[in-house]
Write a new protein. Structure first.
Length: 226
């Protein structure tokens, strides 16, 4: 576990720097890197900052997603649409390197199986966020998907519309070379504390799956860690 705390207006820049460092390190070591993206407003700002960082050979980066809502890729709720606007259109990333979850497929299980076949065995960098309920990706407290040990992507139901989603499962997060969790705001302080300080209970606080990763927090989100 590593924790870095900064001012809220510096969080996106810090996250972008840490993502870039990890990608450059992976490319140097293995001649390629894989990056799994989260949705949300805080990650979006990080992706916009990441697009401005030089020195990343984007031709060697393959991009995946940790979860996606069951909407078309042009929908305002689409994580892909957000990442495309914030990052893909701003860097020389080959279209063939972008692996979208086809979450709008009516056969959700088939879509999940197709996507897990695309995922590398070990993702270089997974960017994650944490909800005020402690969820991460689309792994919500009490979800049966938290018990999954074989499947790597599953259809899940979220508590907010649109409810149908596809999400990576615990083994994907646990096997990643690096998980970068980004959290800001007072509403995240309690779930952050549970994830990092309480006895690990992923059914109560799924974001605890990334406990051993790098946690980037603003002062409000870190307030209960002292």
């Amino acid at each position: 576990m590593a924790i870095e705390v900064t001012d809220s207006n510096q969080l996106a820049k810090l996250a972008a720097e840490r993502i870039a460092e990890a990608l450059i390190k992976a490319i140097s070591a293995e001649s390629a890197a894989s990056l799994a993206l989260a949705g949300g407003t805080t990650p979006r700002a990080a992706y916009e900052a990441l697009a401005k960082i030089p020195g990343i050979d984007w031709s060697k980066v393959s991009v995946y997603f940790g979860d996606e809502r069951a909407v078309p890729p042009t929908h305002p709720d689409s994580n892909f649409a957000m990442a495309r606007a914030a990052l893909f259109e701003r860097v020389p990333l080959p279209a063939s390197n972008i692996h979208r979850i086809v979450a709008e497929d009516p056969d959700q299980d088939a879509a999940a199986r197709a996507y897990e076949a695309l995922l590398p065995k070990r993702i270089s960098v997974i960017v994650l966020g944490i909800g005020e309920d402690g969820h991460t990706a689309s792994l919500f407290p009490g979800s049966a998907a938290l018990d999954e040990r074989t499947r790597r992507v599953l259809p899940v139901i979220g508590p907010k519309p649109p409810p149908q989603r596809l999400s990576i499962t615990p083994p994907v997060i646990e096997s990643a070379a690096l998980c970068i969790m980004i959290a800001n705001g007072t509403g995240k302080a309690e779930p952050v504390r549970r994830a990092l300080k309480d006895p690990l209970d992923i059914h109560l606080t799924p974001s605890g799956l990334a406990r051993n990763g790098l946690w980037l927090l603003d002062h409000a989100a870190a307030a209960l860690l002292e």
